[in-house]
Design a protein around this ligand. Structure first.
Ligand code: KG4
Ligand code: ZN
Length: 340
């Protein structure tokens, strides 16, 4: 029998300081997340300088807690994984410096992980039978990608957003209707009380790139609607706006993902990233997948938003391929998927 591989993973690309211990890529021994949301709420979004400073304050404590909860010592770890991009450079650097220090001090392998690869791999944690190839829709605060997962670590981006990410649109619309940051979960909740057909918001289609997305027109349409109601002194029903906006986003995400699965002949779809926690997206995807005889996978909400367990899962598949990074590993804020 081959030896188990235990990976200590670190994630600090945005506003969560996270560490996890993951065994053989799919068994989470611990998953500790210190969220900075309360702090950034005051400013209506993530303030990069504050994020970096908080990561420095929290990272050692979060790692110690992850090791304690997993009942694993640093000596028992087979490798250290860390998100090295994309993300906020100052935030990424905290995790990268920490991982390099541990790797150097203990002489353990260092594995740099792409943040999006982490989000995709979050699907492996609870879906033990899921293996490539499949189509993955990654929808988060910073990214909206449609990706063919051909094999572990082998990705082909077939579509991406031309402007705002889906989560960014949720956050901006939430702010416009006075819901606060982060807006996604708040819109999700409020939309349940609204009528999704109340306002016909636009669905963007880019003719020459059928798998690309655009959400800035939708965001402007919501803002215009709010302005026009204000000028006409018509009272807006926030729940209806939330439901109608969410429906427009979900409609586009579901239809393009299903179209891609059919065109590329894949019968499995996975969704990932913070917006994959959205209940309307899950329901909409589920319904269409059932109709078309496709199998749908998604992580629990805790593995949808930023966490380190997903980084440990992605790192395992790099680790068994023998991929290692040197101590010259740097943070790459605009790292491309598939780039090493
Ligand atoms: O993956 P994530 O934690 O961070 C990035 O890598 O960006 O995603 C955060 C994003 C935020 O925009 C947040 O509003 C959105 O995910 N989000 C949601 C929900 N939960 C989080 N959007 C819609 N519905 C949700 N339930
Ligand atoms: Zn993320």
């Amino acid at each position: 029998m081959t030896k188990d591989a235990i990976i200590l993973a670190i994630e600090s690309s945005c506003d969560e300081t996270a560490a996890a211990v993951v065994k053989n890529g799919r068994e989470v021994l611990s998953n500790v997340i210190s969220s900075q949301i309360e702090l950034h709420k005051l400013y209506g979004g993530v303030v990069p300088e504050i994020a970096s400073r908080k990561h420095i304050e929290k990272i050692n404590q979060v790692i110690e807690e992850a090791l304690d909860q997993a009942k694993v010592s640093l000596q028992e770890i087979d490798g250290i994984a860390v998100t090295y991009g994309p993300g906020l450079v100052g935030a990424l650097l905290v995790g990268v410096a920490e991982a390099k220090a541990i790797s150097f001090a203990l002489n353990k392998p260092l594995i740099g992980v792409h943040h999006i690869e982490g989000h995709i791999s979050a699907n492996y944690i609870e879906n033990k039978e899921l293996e490539p190839p499949f189509i993955c829709l990654i929808v988060s605060g910073g990214h909206t990608h449609l990706v063919l997962v051909n094999d572990y670590g082998e990705y082909e981006i077939i579509g991406h957003t031309r402007d705002d990410a889906a989560g960014e649109a949720f956050d901006k619309v939430a702010r416009a209707i006075g819901l606060g940051y982060p807006g996604g979960p708040k819109i999700d909740k409020l939309a349940k009380e609204g009528n999704k057909e109340a306002v016909a918001f636009p669905r963007a289609n880019i003719e020459e790139a059928p798998y690309d997305f655009s959400f800035s027109g939708l965001k402007s349409a919501v803002l215009n609607h709010l302005n026009s109601c204000e000028m006409k002194k018509i009272e807006v029903n926030k729940a209806d706006i939330a439901a109608s906006f969410q429906e427009a986003v979900v409609d586009v995400l579901v239809s393009k993902t299903i179209m891609a699965a059919e065109e590329y002949g894949l019968d499995r779809i996975a969704i990932a990233g913070g917006v994959a926690a959205n209940s309307a997206l899950r329901d909409g995807m589920n319904k269409k997948c059932q109709e078309k005889g496709l199998k749908l996978y998604y992580p629990s909400p805790i593995y949808c938003t930023d966490n380190a367990a997903m980084i440990g899962s992605a790192a395992y598949y790099e680790y068994i391929k023998g991929i290692r990074h040197g101590l010259d590993l740097n943070a790459v804020p605009n790292l491309r998927l598939g780039q090493r």
